[in-house]
Design a protein around this ligand. Structure first.
Ligand code: GLN
Length: 192
């Protein structure tokens, strides 16, 4: 039986996540309305523009169904803007899911290093460093109790976190050919 993974498809690079999931043999559902959430075994919130995604999430009444999914123990993974949306606090007023007890700083790398690529060690991912693409990326400045740090940049900046079955990454794993993170998420969804 193939596993059914939703990708929030309001704005941003949801298609790239879908392509990754397709390569792994998962069934992908583009989530645009509450009924799309029924029967999902996992959900990915993509990168894009978190303010826009958040506003559309409110307009289409998706916030509560996504929070219910998390409460039911369904794995959820936010990348880049998706990490921002999962957070409790981003230091400004915008619609958030408030699911991960983290404080996030948006666009944390400033203009000079708007975008960059680096290799990361990520807890739980074997087989060598992971190629990570950062695009106007957020970082995690504080983590609450129970939130596990999975990866840091060389200077200590937190760029991947986990709390139970909730995951957040600052970077874009859907933009490289490396399927290890998606494969790990699909496996977790299959067994959750
Ligand atoms: N800068 C975007 C934001 O703050 C996130 C960028 C991304 O998802 N690549 O919402």
């Amino acid at each position: 039986m193939s596993v059914r993974i939703g990708v929030l498809a309001l704005q941003g690079d949801f298609a790239e996540h879908g392509a990754m999931l397709g390569r792994l043999g998962a069934e992908t559902v583009e989530v645009r309305q509450p009924s799309d959430i029924d029967g999902l075994e996992g959900l990915i919130i993509p990168g894009g523009e978190s303010t826009t995604i958040g506003k559309l999430m409110m307009r289409y009444n998706l916030r509560e169904p996504i929070r219910d999914l998390a409460a039911a123990g369904t794995p959820i993974w936010g990348t880049c803007a998706g990490l921002i949306l999962l957070a409790r606090n981003v230091g400004r007023n915008q619609p958030l899911l408030n699911l991960l007890d983290i404080t996030v700083e948006r666009n944390a790398f400033g203009r000079q290093t708007d975008s960059f690529e680096t290799d990361l060690e990520i807890d739980g991912i074997s087989g060598g460093p992971f190629p990570a693409v950062f695009i106007r990326a957020p970082v995690v400045r504080e983590v609450g109790p129970g939130v596990q740090v999975l990866s840091r940049l060389d200077d200590g900046t937190i760029v991947a976190v986990r709390h139970g079955r909730l995951f957040g990454t600052s970077f874009h794993p859907e933009l490289t050919g490396d399927t290890r993170l998606h494969a790990g998420f699909v496996e977790m969804a299959r067994h959750a």
